[in-house]
Design a protein around this ligand. Structure first.
Ligand SMILES: [Fe+2]
Ligand SMILES: [Fe+2]
Length: 331
């Protein structure tokens, strides 16, 4: 299985590997078949940008680093429900959020690495909620490299899941962290720590963030972790960068938006080259990344010409020289 942009889809050689959903989170196209051109047009009109596909090149790649679809879609539904409960002045589903936070921690702990599904896999209406789920997954991926207690991890996941909840309260972008904080403080079940993750997620290391312009260690470490996860998620989903470009972009922000220490943690904890990426090595041969191993930046790849697998962790002179972005769909 691999993730491609919809423009690279070729109905002659590719089958859908994971379902496509509509804005009501219903399955629009089931996995296991090729997409009819009429449907492909429809998906493009819906602004769906990515597809998981299976083809001869992706054979045997399992992408265990990606959350399974039902879990991801359910999680998005919980965040959507939480947002809508504010708009409709209904009871805030805090129990559901806490349960989801536990699930996020569990799903992240059991994986070596988390590879995110960009939110533009879905229709616009669901993207903000999917963004929050992705930020929570990434926040916990980073936090698990610290020695935190299970309670801290869960509180951090609650904070990350709700970091943008203020957007359901105010239309003023600069106000959403404080609006979210004030709202969460009214709920006894939400810890002060979770509320602060929301309050401080737009503060920056250099003090140029908002709402209070706090800097360096004035910003709680958990909020700094959420902020860096938020930055990466936006680079990946909103700006549609490839994972390696998003990480390179994060590295340019070290010392300004984020601390050097956190950027280093990020580079250790988030793979640049995700399974299914097509690459060219420094020996000039084209390959596909098949598996992420303990050294996340040195995965196992398979040559496209003779199908031979090589581990970049065991072959230190071999490097990924280039990631092939647009393969172009030969119709
Ligand atoms: Fe935000
Ligand atoms: Fe955000």
């Amino acid at each position: 299985m691999r993730l491609i942009t919809i423009d690279d889809y070729n109905s002659k050689t590719m089958q859908l590997a994971r379902p496509v959903f509509d804005k009501h989170k219903r399955v629009l196209l089931a996995a296991g078949r090729s997409i009819h051109p009429t449907y492909l047009e429809k998906l493009k009109q819906m602004d769906i940008h990515y597809l998981f596909i299976e083809d001869a090149v992706s054979f045997g790649i399992t992408m265990d680093e990606v959350l399974d679809m039902p879990t991801w879609i359910d999680a998005i539904g919980v965040i959507q429900q939480a947002s809508q409960s504010i708009e409709k002045k209904q009871e805030f589903p805090i129990r559901e959020i806490q349960k989801l936070a536990g699930r996020i921690v569990e799903e992240t702990i059991k994986r070596k690495a988390i590879v995110l599904i960009p939110t533009s896999y879905l229709e616009e209406e669901l993207r903000l909620y999917a963004h929050s789920v992705n930020v929570a997954l990434l926040t916990i991926q980073l936090a698990k490299m610290r020695t935190l207690t299970p309670v801290q991890l869960r509180d951090l996941a609650v904070g990350a899941l709700l970091h943008d909840i203020g957007k359901a309260i105010t239309k003023d972008y600069e106000q959403h962290p404080s609006a979210g904080f004030d709202f969460l403080r009214k709920h006894r079940e939400v810890s002060l720590l979770s509320a602060h993750v929301c309050y401080q997620h737009h503060e920056r290391f250099d003090g140029k963030g908002f709402p209070r312009g706090l800097k360096e260690e004035q910003v709680h470490e958990f909020a700094q972790i959420c902020a860096i996860a938020n930055g990466y998620e936006n680079a990946l989903s909103k700006d549609k960068m490839a994972p390696h470009q998003a990480i390179e972009w994060m590295m340019t922000k070290n010392g300004s938006e984020f601390s050097l220490e956190l950027v280093q943690l990020f580079v250790q904890g988030v793979p640049m080259y995700t399974p299914g990426s097509r690459v060219v090595l420094n020996n000039g041969r084209a390959a596909i990344v098949t598996k992420v191993v303990a050294n996340l930046q040195r995965p196992i790849v398979r040559y496209l010409d003779n199908q031979e697998e090589v581990s970049l962790s065991d072959n230190h002179t071999l490097l990924i020289a280039e990631v092939i972005k647009n393969e172009g769909s030969a119709q």
